[in-house]
Unconditional design. Structure first.
Length: 241
């Protein structure tokens, strides 16, 4: 980075999921001096683990986020070692970043929505007569998104493989309680200390729900799914390491 270059980052929370035999999208959120910045133009190249090029082209920019649709062949190898190289231009400056992607049998979709939060905690709904809400529906959705990212990160850190998880329903309870924990944590930061107990309770419940989740796998290219025992990593995955 040059001394006169503005500080810049690309948010890289979890790898983009590329579904086999489908068109999937990779994304890049470019922050310049801490502000989400829409590129004027840009290009992106997706590489396979062996360095071969999977796809390349010009980015599309919508809501200040750069994206690119990748057509993934049906015979592409499953795995998380795909890299995505971005060249994003803002004015006279081109920012280059590398993010990650993984090829999956099917993309995992977050199993929780904002309505689930309101069903568990009706007082968080702004339309409730006893509402304590300080957030919009879009802000609640952002809490859910961060909770879902937390679950996916926990999967990786525990040695499990999101690229071969059969479905997201097994992570619903963990995602829901983590969402509520984040909401109550934000209310505490806003000065509502009375939510401390609820914040801690849902945080503990989220951790426990993740530890005990029964996760279904379809290992590698074997179509026969297996169920993992609660709290234990997949033995088949351990044997393959």
């Amino acid at each position: 980075m040059r001394a006169d270059e503005l500080f810049h980052t690309v948010r890289d929370s979890v790898p983009d999921a590329l579904e086999r035999a489908q068109s999937s999208t990779v994304h890049a959120e470019l922050y310049v001096e801490g502000v989400l910045t829409a590129p004027d133009s840009g290009t992106v190249t997706v590489y396979e683990p062996d360095g071969e090029q999977l796809a390349t082209g010009a980015v599309t920019v919508a809501d200040s986020v750069a994206s690119f649709a990748v057509a993934v062949p049906a015979d592409t190898s499953l795995g998380a070692q795909y890299r995505v190289e971005w060249a994003l231009t803002v004015g006279a400056e081109t920012y280059r970043h590398r993010t990650r992607a993984e090829v999956v049998r099917r993309r995992l979709v977050c199993p929780v929505s904002v309505v689930d939060i309101f069903r568990i905690a009706p007082q968080l709904d702004a339309s409730a007569s006893d509402s304590v809400s300080r957030f919009t529906v879009a802000e609640y959705a952002a809490f859910v998104r961060e909770a879902w990212i937390w679950c996916l990160v926990q999967l990786r850190q525990s040695g499990r493989r999101p690229d071969i998880v059969s479905g997201a329903d097994c992570l619903r309870e963990a995602t829901l309680h983590k969402s509520l924990s984040l909401v109550y944590g934000a209310l505490i930061l806003a000065g509502a200390d009375r939510f401390q107990e609820l914040h801690e309770m849902h945080d503990h419940k989220a951790a426990r729900a993740f530890r005990t989740a029964r996760i279904e796998y379809a290992p590698d290219d074997d179509a026969n799914a297996r169920r993992e025992r609660p709290g234990r990593p997949s033995s088949l995955w351990l044997m393959g390491r």
